[in-house]
Design a protein. Structure first.
Length: 517
């Protein structure tokens, strides 16, 4: 059974929400009072009969017409019918289904005329000036919220922007909404479909709306909703609501639409400005990182060139010295052999270092793949076993983690381990047991190399020059460069002249146990 109808005055554009039964006439006591002199005091009555809406002529002077045909006594009404009483034409409409959750009292198309008064023109001018100097969204939102609360009576002030997935994202809301939005889905659907602006009736009286927590909690009675349009696209909306019925009228709605036309491009421009600024900052950060990498590459190239030049300059004198010493040894049988042997040993050491420099500058770029780090260490221990035995150094490998697969270049990693092991005789006393402990720490594999039960004191402040121990050798420097090229690091001990014990740290990747069995 119908209990509410909507009659829209075609001439003025005003909609009237009326109970059934209701009386239309010129008398102020009627449910709908019309001031036109051609309308009788009690002109017509609308009532419900067995679920049908009926209009009855109450003996009016000028009669009642439905869709252009005069009603003799009674006539049934259907939504969309045109009703003429005197010179006034009304359009009959039934309220929307309650399941939509919203009762539309009045909607305005973009062609509706509005004559703003001087006061509201002044407000629009002041608001334009107020927003002109703001580009950042938070400042803009604060100004918009303040202005809307000044210009309209509202308990709920909401501005939302449609997201890529079609949902409504909150830009500003007072009071705040914890979840969802205070705008019903039927409003959003019609706004997106037709671009309509709405005045809502007494929402609290509707059973469907009473089910919404936001409506019940805020006791919404009157509301307005207008779209935000930029470049012919609806990208958001403004929604104002009040706990008093009948607060908003057609003039208020048109005024809010005018404000929305000012706000919409400002918000969109501010959003685009922030997006552009974000991209700019990201590009600048990428440029800084690229510049830093290029500087490191250029520095590395300079180091390589310097190493090659130094190796060339050192090798020639060493060859001359070696040749002359051999000649002197042959000519002078009385010379002590031990002195010549010391010179030979020193020359061989220099030549060995130069060969390592030559090898280092020709190393390829790392090609990383997941490999078992313990297997690489075992292979290199076997390869350097003879060298370590000469110095009576006994390496002991111990594993304390099952996560041993690491993304690295196996050949280059083995080279770095070789260089570290070749540094041991110069920095670790003979007849020593050196422990190589593989463990896990902070999603990294750590390789601790040094005397048993000793932990290094690695550099923590990032200053390599101040943290580098005085006794660090060339081999360890070369090993550090190889490791750093594979996203790892070597942390030598900083508490004494020797770099041992030290830690080699490499990042871990995830793997299945079956991959390493």
């Amino acid at each position: 059974m119908a209990n509410i109808i909507i009659l829209e005055d075609i001439g003025s554009g005003t909609s009237h929400r009326l109970p059934i039964p209701c009386v239309i006439g010129r008398s102020p006591d009627n449910d709908l009072s019309l001031t036109d002199e051609t309308v009788s005091q009690r002109h017509a009555k609308i009532l419900d009969e067995n679920g049908s809406v009926i209009i009855e002529d109450l003996g009016s002077r000028n009669g009642v017409f439905v869709n252009g045909f005069q009603v003799e006594k009674r006539a049934a009404l259907s939504p969309g019918d045109s009703i003429q009483v005197g010179r006034v034409t009304l359009k009959y409409d039934a309220p929307p289904e309650e399941c939509e959750g919203t009762l539309i009292l009045h909607s305005l198309d973009s062609e509706a005329k509005w004559e703003p008064d001087s006061r509201r023109l002044k407000w629009i001018y002041e608001m334009t000036l107020d927003l002109a100097g703001h580009q950042k969204t938070p400042h803009l939102e604060g100004k918009i919220l303040s202005r809307l609360k000044q210009l309209f009576c509202c308990n709920q002030c909401y501005l939302g922007i449609f997201q890529d997935d079609g949902t409504l994202g909150t830009i500003l809301s007072e009071p705040a909404v914890e979840e969802g939005t205070p705008v019903s889905q039927s409003i959003i659907n019609r706004l997106l479909l037709n671009g309509e602006s709405f005045i809502l009736a007494d929402a609290l009286s509707e059973d469907a709306l009473n089910m919404q927590e936001s409506i019940t909690a805020l006791r919404i009675r009157s509301a307005m909703c207008v779209p935000l349009v930029s470049r012919d696209n609806i990208y958001g909306l403004i929604y104002l609501a009040c706990d008093t019925a009948g607060v908003y009228n057609q003039t208020d709605l048109e005024f809010l639409k005018a404000i929305a036309s000012i706000i919409a491009p400002k918000i969109e421009n501010a959003r685009l400005w922030e997006e552009l600024n974000h991209h700019l900052q990201s590009a600048m950060e990428t440029l800084r990182k690229t510049q830093s990498r290029l500087m490191k590459i250029e520095r590395a190239k300079a180091y390589i060139w310097l190493a090659q030049a130094m190796a060339h300059e050192i090798r020639n004198p060493v060859m001359i010295i070696g040749g002359m010493v051999r000649r002197l040894e042959k000519e002078s049988s009385d010379s002590p052999k031990s002195g010549f042997q010391a010179i030979f040993k020193a020359a061989e050491r220099v030549e060995e270092v130069l060969r390592e420099v030559d090898h280092f500058v020709s190393l390829p770029r790392p090609e990383k793949s997941p490999v078992r780090i313990d297997e690489l260490i075992e292979e290199e221990l076997e390869a350097t076993r003879e060298l370590l035995e000469k110095s009576h150094i006994k390496p002991v490998l111990r594993l304390e983690t099952s996560r041993l697969k690491v993304p690295l270049d196996g050949e280059l990693f083995r080279k770095s381990i070789e260089l570290v092991l070749r540094e041991l005789p110069a920095d670790v006393p003979g007849n020593s047991e050196v422990h190589i402990l593989v463990r896990e720490s902070n999603n990294c594999v750590e390789i601790l190399i040094g005397p048993k039960d000793e932990e290094p004191l690695p550099c923590q402040d990032g200053d390599e020059q101040e943290c580098r121990p005085s006794g660090i050798g060339l081999f360890l420097n070369l090993a550090s460069k190889i490791i750093s090229d594979q996203d790892g690091e070597i942390l030598p001990d900083t508490s004494g002249p020797s770099p041992f014990p030290l830690i080699i740290r490499m990042p871990i990747i995830s793997y299945d146990m079956k991959d390493i069995n």
